[in-house]
Each structure stands twice: as structure tokens, then as C-alpha cells.
Design a protein around this ligand. Structure first.
Ligand code: DP6
Length: 321
């Protein structure tokens, strides 16, 4: 019997952010979050459990070491425990977006790893169970399991903290233009950053439900104004919280692009920004305004990645080894 499988997953961009956990080990978040899978970007992962001497993990053609490798091995252990096998594994993972592009690969990485392990070991898990397992690898990964626009329900324990699809990818054709300000890996990871608790976390919790309600409504009603207004508000709320922990992820260029987004809007070109734990700016817009926004931002000399909504994490026939 061959325990081998390959899966594809998309990273996601959060419109309402996850920042802070009520349980560190289980990765149970302080609040619900909502995101969109990025269909043009993907991670493919092949895993094989076999008579190997040790676990070997290769990411983008480099053999992983240190914490990156440990995190993957911990995830493989979860699957070994579930299926009752002790076999070591070979894991090969590839992204179609450069690791140095500043786009977090942990969400698509752990979503693809979860799906490939579950299928290789024939575990027959539901989407909810897959999302729960992906969450244990990296919180935001649970949102990459279901299709399109997804909401991670906070929950209270391991079994009820997972993501569901609010609408499929085809529901709303919006674009994420990812403006690359800096390519280097961020100095402080999200995992470490969100451990730096301060009183602003409470203030954020007081406003996050309103942001969730309007972003959800904006998605369902295909209304970019509602979605974008509250996504922008929530991004600023998260970054204010970060700054109060001494974490300044923005570069001067980040603010320059934020102001350019406000400027474009003043001139009737509808677009909104959101920013993760890094300096790159995601600009959300509709198809009709895309070219003009690309041109204006292009004048500022930034590299731009582009994506529309993406589907769920899936098993594929192709194999990476
Ligand atoms: C700023 O999912 O990377 O991108 O659960 O510790 O692995 P861990 O954190 P991670 O955090 C993502 C934080 C964020 C916001 C978001 O995607 O919601």
C-alpha cells in the first residue's frame, strides 16, 4: 500500500484580521476572521509516508531546517497519531509565488500539507475536520481549506474552531493587487508578534464584530464599498494594536500607497487597502478599475502581483516526486 498524495491550496488575504489567540497551543483566536483565497497564487505539496529513515522536508527546492522543519514534523505527527502509523515522510512543497515576495506561505503551506496527508493516509475527513487540522499548523491556514470567501469561527475548543465558506470563488469577481514594498522576510513573525499582548487588543475586540458584520454583508451582496470600507477599518485597527506592542510593520512606502488609494478614491476610482503583518499593500478593486490602478501605482515603481478569488484546497493527480 502506498501512502502518497498531492494537494494544491491557495494563500488568503484577510478582510477582517486574526490577531491574538485565547489558546496558544490550539491556535484558538480571539475573534472570528474573514478572508478570500487568492486563486492566482498556490502551494502544491506532495507527501509520502514510507520506510524512510527520517522526515525530509523540501520547500521550493531547499531542504528545510530549524523551526520551519520542526513545525512541519509536528504536523506530520498529528497525522501519524490519527492514523496510528509510525512511518517517516518525505514532503516536497512548491509555491508559484516567490517566498521572498512577502506573501505569507504558511496558510497555503499548511492547508496543502493537511489535505495531502489526510488523503495519503485515506483518513476520509470532512471539510470541517480538515480545517481544524490545518488550524493547528497555522491559524490562517484553516481559512484556505474551504472555497472562495471564508469565515473562521472562533469557537471555544479544538473541535469548534474552523472555517466555513461564505460564498464560492465565482460569487464576486474582485481583484487583489498586491503591491510589493519589500521582499525580505519580516523580522517578527505573526506567531511571535501576536503574543505581545497590550490593552488595545480589548479595544479591537469591541469593534471587530461590526467589521465582521459589514464585510460579510459586502461579500454576500457583492458590494465592494461595504466590504472595502470595513476591511480598511479593520486593517487600521489591527495595525494600531500591533503598534501599541512596538511592532511597526509599515515602511514609509506603505503609507505612501495607502494615501494613493485614498487619492484614487477621491478621484472616483473605487479601491480599498488592507495590509498583513508586513509592509506590502493589498489593493482591493473591481475589474473595470484594475488597469487604471495598476498604471497609477506602476508610476511609483512597485512590483505588483494580481489575484482573483480562489477555490478550496484540493487533491490533485500531479506529483512533485
Ligand atoms: C496578520 O496564521 O500566520 O496575517 O496561527 O501563529 O501561524 P499563526 O499565525 P498566522 O497569522 C496571520 C496573521 C495575519 C492576519 C490574518 O491573516 O488574519
Amino acid at each position: 500500500m502506498k501512502f502518497k498524495s498531492t494537494a494544491i491550496a491557495h494563500p488568503n488575504i484577510a478582510f477582517v484580521k486574526y490577531w491574538g489567540k485565547k489558546d496558544e497551543n490550539l491556535r484558538i483566536p480571539l475573534n472570528n476572521s474573514i478572508s478570500m483565497n487568492l486563486g492566482n497564487l498556490w502551494t502544491k505539496t506532495t507527501v509520502e509516508f514510507n520506510d524512510f529513515d527520517e522526515d525530509v522536508v523540501t520547500i521550493n527546492k531547499n531542504v528545510a531546517e530549524g523551526t520551519a522543519k520542526e513545525r512541519v514534523i509536528k504536523h506530520l505527527d498529528r497525522f501519524r497519531n490519527l492514523s496510528g502509523i509510525e512511518l517517516k515522510a518525505k514532503v516536497v512543497s512548491e509555491n508559484n509565488f516567490p517566498m521572498s515576495s512577502g506573501i505569507a506561505s504558511s496558510a497555503s503551506g499548511f492547508a496543502a500539507l493537511t489535505m495531502s496527508c489526510a488523503n495519503a493516509l485515506k483518513l476520509n475527513l470532512s471539510e470541517k475536520e480538515l480545517s481544524i487540522l490545518a488550524r493547528l499548523g497555522s491559524g490562517s491556514a484553516c481559512r484556505s481549506i474551504p472555497n472562495g470567501f471564508t469565515e473562521w469561527l472562533t469557537g471555544t475548543c479544538n473541535d469548534d474552531s474552523y472555517a466555513v465558506s461564505l460564498a464560492p470563488a465565482e460569487h464576486f469577481e474582485i481583484y487583489d493587487l498586491i503591491i510589493i514594498v519589500k521582499k525580505e522576510k519580516k523580522e517578527i513573525s505573526s506567531t511571535t508578534g501576536m503574543q505581545k499582548f497590550n490593552p488595545y487588543f480589548y479595544a479591537r475586540l469591541a469593534e471587530v464584530n461590526e467589521n465582521l458584520n459589514f464585510v460579510r454583508k459586502g461579500i454576500i451582496e457583492r458590494n465592494l464599498k461595504t466590504l472595502g470600507t470595513y476591511a480598511e477599518k479593520d486593517c487600521i485597527s489591527m495595525h494600531t494594536t500591533m503598534m501599541n506592542s512596538g511592532l511597526f510593520y509599515w515602511e514609509p512606502e506603505t503609507l505612501k500607497i495607502m494615501k494613493e488609494v485614498w487619492n484614487l478614491r477621491k478621484n472616483g476610482i473605487e479601491c480599498y487597502f488592507t495590509i498583513d503583518a508586513g509592509p506590502n499593500v493589498h489593493i482591493l478593486c473591481l475589474k473595470d478599475n484594475k488597469a487604471e490602478i495598476r498604471e497609477k501605482i506602476g508610476e511609483l515603481n512597485f512590483e505588483i502581483l494580481e489575484s482573483k478569488p480562489g477555490g478550496k484546497t484540493m487533491v490533485i493527480e500531479e506529483s512533485l516526486f
